[in-house]
Design a protein around this ligand. Structure first.
Ligand code: SF4
Length: 344
C-alpha cells in the first residue's frame, strides 16, 4: 500500500522498487498530497526548513555543441550569449557585485559547453567573482573541465561543480542531444566527486525518459559520496526548436520525480529548474521537498530578449547586461509556506 511505503519513508530511504511503485501509484491529487507531506517532512528533518536561493551569472562560456541540443534555444539560432557574446570579465565582476548586494550567499557561474576546454575562462570568471564578493561559487559549463581544471577551481575556493545528464537513458540522450556525450558527462561527474568538490546534477522530466529511467538515474546519484545537490527540470518545447511540438512537461510529474528523489537521497539539496523556475510554481516545489532554487533569486544575464516580468521583481539594465532580483517576491513566498529564506 502507498501509505505503508510512505510511512516507512519518513525514517528510511526508499528502495528502487519502492521508488518505482510510488511514481506509478501517485496519479491522483490525494496520493500526491500524501507523497508531498512525507517529502516535505523528510526535507525538514534532514536539511531543515530553510530555502536556499542561488544567484546566477551567465553565460560565462559559449557553447560549441554541434548540432545544438534539440530542446535548447540555441537551436533557434537566437542565443548570442551562447555564441559570440558571453559575458566579459568586467561584466562578471559587476554581476557579482550586484548579486552580492542582495544578500545572496551562493552563485552559479553558468555557460554552454566549450568542447575545446573552458578551464581558462572559468578560472578567470571565478577570480572575478572572488575579487568583489565572498559568495560561495558553483560552476555549470557542461563537460568542458578536465580533472586539472577541477583541482584548480577547488583551490580557488569553488564549492560545487555541476554535471547534468538530463537523462540516463542513452537512446533518449542521443535523440535529444546528438551533439553531446553522455559518457563525457558521466566522466565529469566521477571526476568532480573524486577531487572532493560537491557534485551537482540535473535531470529533465518529459524528454522521453520512462519512470524506470528516472529511478535508475536517482539511484545512480546515490553512488557519489560528494553529491551535494540535484535539480529536476521539465521539458519546455521552445518554438523554432526541433522539439517545439513535443508535449510540455507536466509540473505535477516534475514534482513527483523530485519528491521521490528526496525520499531516496534524503540530505542533499533538491531543487527544480529550467522552465520550472516560475515563482508561481514555487509552492509546489516546496510541497515536493525542495530546499533550493536557481533563477528564483538574483541573476545577471546578457540582455538579449524580454523575459517574463514577474510582479515584485526588481529589474535593472547595466550596459548590455540585465540584473533581475526576484528575492522580494520569492523569499516572501517561502516564508508564507513556513520556511526560512537563506539570505543575509
Ligand atoms: S549543451 Fe547546453 S547550451 Fe549547448 S546546446 Fe546543449 S543545452 Fe544548449
Amino acid at each position: 500500500m502507498l501509505s505503508d511505503v510512505l510511512r516507512e519513508a519518513l525514517s528510511d530511504p526508499v528502495t528502487q522498487d519502492e521508488a518505482l511503485y510510488i511514481l506509478n501509484k501517485v496519479q491522483t491529487i490525494e496520493n500526491f498530497l500524501e507523497l508531498a507531506k512525507v517529502a516535505s517532512k523528510v526535507r525538514d528533518d534532514e536539511v531543515g526548513a530553510v530555502f536556499k536561493f542561488d544567484g546566477f551569472i551567465g553565460s560565462v562560456t559559449p557553447c560549441t555543441t554541434n548540432p545544438p541540443c534539440k530542446y535548447c534555444s540555441r537551436s533557434t539560432g537566437n542565443r548570442p550569449d551562447f555564441a559570440e557574446k558571453p559575458l566579459t570579465t568586467e561584466e562578471i565582476e559587476l554581476g557579482a557585485r550586484l548579486i552580492d548586494s542582495t544578500g545572496t550567499k551562493r552563485v552559479e557561474l553558468g555557460g554552454g559547453t566549450l568542447w575545446s576546454g573552458a578551464g581558462e575562462k572559468v578560472t578567470e570568471a571565478v577570480k572575478a567573482v572572488k575579487k568583489v564578493s565572498s559568495m560561495d561559487i558553483w560552476i555549470n559549463v557542461g563537460p568542458a573541465l578536465n580533472k586539472d581544471d577541477l583541482i584548480r577551481v577547488k583551490e580557488l575556493g569553488v564549492r560545487e561543480v555541476c554535471s547534468s545528464l538530463e537523462t540516463i537513458n542513452p537512446k533518449v540522450f542521443k535523440e535529444a542531444k546528438p551533439g553531446d556525450s553522455l559518457e563525457a558527462r558521466m566522466k565529469l561527474a566521477e571526476e568532480i566527486n573524486e577531487v572532493g568538490l560537491g557534485l551537482k546534477s540535473v535531470m529533465m522530466v518529459g524528454l522521453g525518459s520512462s519512470y524506470e529511467d528516472y529511478v535508475k538515474h536517482i539511484f545512480w546519484f546515490k553512488k557519489f559520496e560528494n553529491l551535494s545537490s540535484i535539480s529536476i527540470t521539465g521539458l519546455r518545447p521552445i518554438p523554432g526548436t526541433p522539439f517545439q511540438n513535443r508535449p510540455m512537461a507536466n509540473p505535477l510529474e516534475v514534482a513527483k520525480v523530485g519528491a521521490v528523489a528526496r525520499l531516496v537521497l534524503r540530505d542533499v539539496d533538491v531543487g527544480f529548474g529550467g522552465i520550472m523556475n516560475d515563482p508561481r510554481l514555487l509552492p509546489l516545489w516546496i510541497m515536493a521537498g525542495a530546499n533550493r532554487a536557481i533563477h528564483l533569486g538574483a541573476h545577471v544575464h546578457r540582455f538579449w530578449s524580454t523575459p517574463i516580468r514577474h510582479p515584485n521583481t526588481f529589474v535593472e539594465k547595466h550596459g548590455d547586461i540585465e540584473f533581475i532580483n526576484m528575492l522580494p517576491l520569492t523569499t516572501r513566498l517561502v516564508r508564507e509556506m513556513g520556511m526560512e529564506a537563506d539570505v543575509e
